[in-house]
Design a protein around this ligand. Structure first.
Ligand code: SAM
Ligand code: SF4
Length: 460
């Protein structure tokens, strides 16, 4: 029988009795962070207590430094693909909840999945996050596997989807084995809230109501051999400080058991959803100030773990979040099944950012960030331990920067308007000049040249 590894009483006690670090302690913690190896979870907990504005600025500055040192200006882009909004759960915050009669329910056929993927490929997308409500019962896994096969089989011109991450309901170990065999990238599942009582309130019925089964999903996924797992908290349901402390306990638990923590952390904030009062009035709203603090502390604490921001945030917050530590964002997203190839409106929640992929790319590139569609590590088997071994200062840049440049170039040559192309090419030239190693720079320049002449999918 699985045990709950979140020490609720210990966290309450800490939050009640701990004072923020003074200026000297703060600088000591930040000096450890500067080493780019992360800080201890105890130190991260101390940072969570900081409220002083000047001290928050110091934390944000350190997060920016770490983001820049480790990730450079690279930013990975993906699109969510919802295949079903049927659901047997009643999560209080979600428009797909069973009791919501205000939306039209549908599950895409494989032909419809194909059409959605074609529309995404035609935009230039290369990475998909496949999601669904939990309403397909026993057929859910079979359907997901079929959808994965369909997605990987679509080709439009020279384009195709090269990595599919999956966010579907918790499964038994066998189910995760099946997903792994179907070539998923990262398996994602958000805990939503780590607080057991709040979890119970938020998930009153259906299979997701089982807190412990949900909490231990990543144990089963890793047991089944999936090395890249992605966790997430839905901010707004509970005190964010409780959530972050619990998240760190979750990561520690997986590190102790499997030797690797998590590959990504998603940081969605609750957004208004049709039929959900709770989503309009979150019980613990997270302010923009606190949200920046959360992103900064996570970046400092687990520097090599990807951090994902979805399209739920508006463009202004995304600007800030990118420099503080976000390494992946969704772009051009639709959260209704069929939303890319048709105009329908049963969204899971309302989007803060309605821009197209091209508009997001132009904006990011203008800010000096390099949009990346790279899928190199996963396809060369650099996952789990191997990825984390690689993810040392310098090394990650060595692979990721050239791959970001070549995948961005591929986008510019094949999908972008002349205006975006001009902005993008100028940025690529600038970044190329910044590659310190002569041989790597020459090799990357040669790959870029090949792509200009029509080659695709070049990576190291
Ligand atoms: N149904 C599966 C589940 O719940 O785990 C997987 C997919 S669900 C569509 C993906 C995520 O959407 C959920 O984990 C939840 O965090 C998020 N979500 C649901 N309602 C939301 C809302 N109102 N605002 C922001 N995110 C929301
Ligand atoms: Fe269903 Fe997931 Fe929405 Fe909950 S969050 S109602 S499980 S789709």
């Amino acid at each position: 029988m699985d045990k709950c590894f979140i020490d609720h009483a210990g966290i309450y006690d800490y939050l009640k009795n701990t004072t923020p670090p003074d200026a000297v302690e703060l600088e000591e913690i930040l000096s450890h962070a500067r080493g780019l190896k992360g800080i201890s979870f105890a130190e991260a907990e101390r940072l969570l207590m900081v409220e002083d504005s000047d001290h928050l600025v110091r934390i944000a500055d350190m997060a920016r430094f770490i983001k820049e040192e480790i990730y450079g200006r690279r930013l990975v882009l993906f699109a969510p693909l919802y295949f079903s909004n049927l659901c047997s759960n009643d999560c209080l915050y979600c428009a797909f909840k069973k009791s919501n009669t205000a939306i039209t329910r549908r599950t895409l056929t494989m032909d419809e999945v194909r059409r959605e993927v074609q529309a995404l490929v035609q935009q230039g997308q290369k990475r998909i996050l496949l999601l669904s409500g939990e309403g397909l019962g026993k057929n859910a896994l079979e359907y997901t596997v079929e959808a994965l096969e369909t997605i990987y089989s679509v080709k439009v011109g020279k384009g195709e989807i090269r990595r599919v991450n999956v966010n579907i309901a918790a499964l038994p170990v066998e189910g995760y084995r099946t997903l792994k065999a179907a070539r998923i990238g990262t398996y994602q599942l958000f805990q939503e809230t780590y607080h057991a009582d709040t979890y119970k309130t938020m998930h009153p019925s259906g299979p997701k109501a089982n807190y412990l089964y949900h909490l231990t999903a990543m144990d089963r996924a890793m047991e089944a051999g999936i090395d890249d797992v992605g966790v997430g908290i839905l901010f707004g349901l509970e005190d964010y400080r409780f959530e972050i402390m619990a998240l760190l306990q979750h990561i520690r638990h997986l590190e102790e058991r499997f030797g690797t923590g998590v590959h990504t952390i998603s940081v969605p904030r609750l957004e208004p959803a049709t039929g959900s009062d709770l989503s309009v009035h979150p019980p613990h709203p997270v302010s923009d100030r606190d949200f920046r603090k959360i992103i900064s502390i996570l970046r400092i604490t687990v520097p090599y773990t990807g951090m994902i921001l979805s399209t739920r945030e508006d463009a202004a917050m995304r600007h800030d979040a990118l420099s503080l530590g976000i390494s992946q964002i969704s772009a051009g997203s639709r959260t209704n099944p069929g939303g890319y190839s048709e105009s329908d409106s049963a969204e899971q929640f309302s989007l803060g950012d309605h821009r197209t992929l091209e508009e997001v790319i132009r904006d990011i590139a203008t800010m000096g960030h390099i949009p990346s569609f790279c899928t190199g590590c996963y396809r060369l088997g650099r996952t789990g331990h191997d990825f984390m071994d690689l993810a040392k200062p310098g090394l990650i840049k060595q692979y990721c920067l050239p791959n970001a440049l070549t995948s961005f170039k591929e986008y510019l040559v094949n999908y972008a308007t002349p205006e975006t192309r001009a902005i993008g090419h100028a940025l690529i030239e600038k970044m190329l000049a910044e590659i310190p190693s002569d041989s790597l720079r020459a090799k990357t320049a040669e790959s870029l040249d090949q792509i200009e002449k029509g080659a695709v999918d070049i990576y190291v």
